[in-house]
Design a protein around this ligand. Sequence first.
Ligand code: TXA
Ligand code: MG
Length: 321
Amino acid sequence: MAEIGQDIAKAKALLESGGLVGIPTETVYGLAANALDPMAVAAIFEAKNRPSFDPLIIHTDSLEKVAQWVEYIPDQLKTLADVFWPGPLTLLLPKKAIIPDLVTSGLDRVAVRIPSHSLTLSLLQQLDFPLAAPSANPFGYISPTRADHVQKQLGQKIPYILDGGSCQVGLESTILGVEGDEIVVYRLGGLELHALEAMVGAVKVKTHSSSNPSAPGLLESHYAPRKPFYVGKLQELVPSFLEAGKKIGVLSLIENFNQVSQDLQIQLSLSGDLKEAAAGLFASMRRLDEAEVELIVAEWMPEHGLGPAMNDRLKRAAAQG
Ligand code: TXA
Ligand code: MG
């Protein structure tokens, strides 16, 4: 099993020698390695069982360092970086040759993010290379939001997990790039669209290219529990599965069902707060996936704030195979 702790010097030494370390961010935990070392990056793909056509995000701690890894930052994106970094925002930027092709799956843009987590920022400040870090889960499964989630699934394959507590945001970063003059959103995530649009005006959302092999984060089935997972109207789903004699787990925003045992249902936020709901979403999906149930039913979130990003994850979790 991996050692879990808060020893930045230890994490740094492992990363400098080409090793893998689980790191906390405000979105989800990452599985990190030296992004400039192709062997270290290859070890990420192997540990995650991740297809090599799925490019990785690189993480660093300052715009000065970003300038070392990318050719330039388009003006519109620079405005967003100034406002939202450190934070749950990933920008696709033209890469310099120093970034190995394995990181970008041969694409000419590299995904870059400055995460907002004090422990990881301190680590990044002490490194002279960026960290390539996908979410620290086996490919296709739910992303981890606590150190013990990483331990459970990748603990056999990595020496160390930096423990930064529960992720505050709980959804992966929002991914943006520019196409011509337009800002394009490739993945809905922890940074709300209206916050972006308040800064730069309307953006184009292009998250449905499920056939696009360059971005499996957009594959139809992803972020998925192992148990059958249904999303719809709980008022209909719950009684119909109960009548069919099924043992179900229920994931709702607020609603509670008397017919279902309390420990097999989770309300994401009793006050209907979508930030609170997002922060608990993945841990709740995991808990129900591990519970004594045959299947899980969940409901769609309201279409505002982080609702659309949560619905994106629920939809992919429900898509089978
Ligand atoms: O919040 C996050 O973004 C977390 C934390 C650890 O930073 N990371 C994360 O990484 O979610 P990952 O690998 O699970 O998802 C990254 C997704 C890829 O699946 C791909 O869709 C997209 O980012 N991506 C990365 N580089 C890209 C590129 N050069 N062009 C297009 N899409 C890219
Ligand atoms: Mg992922």
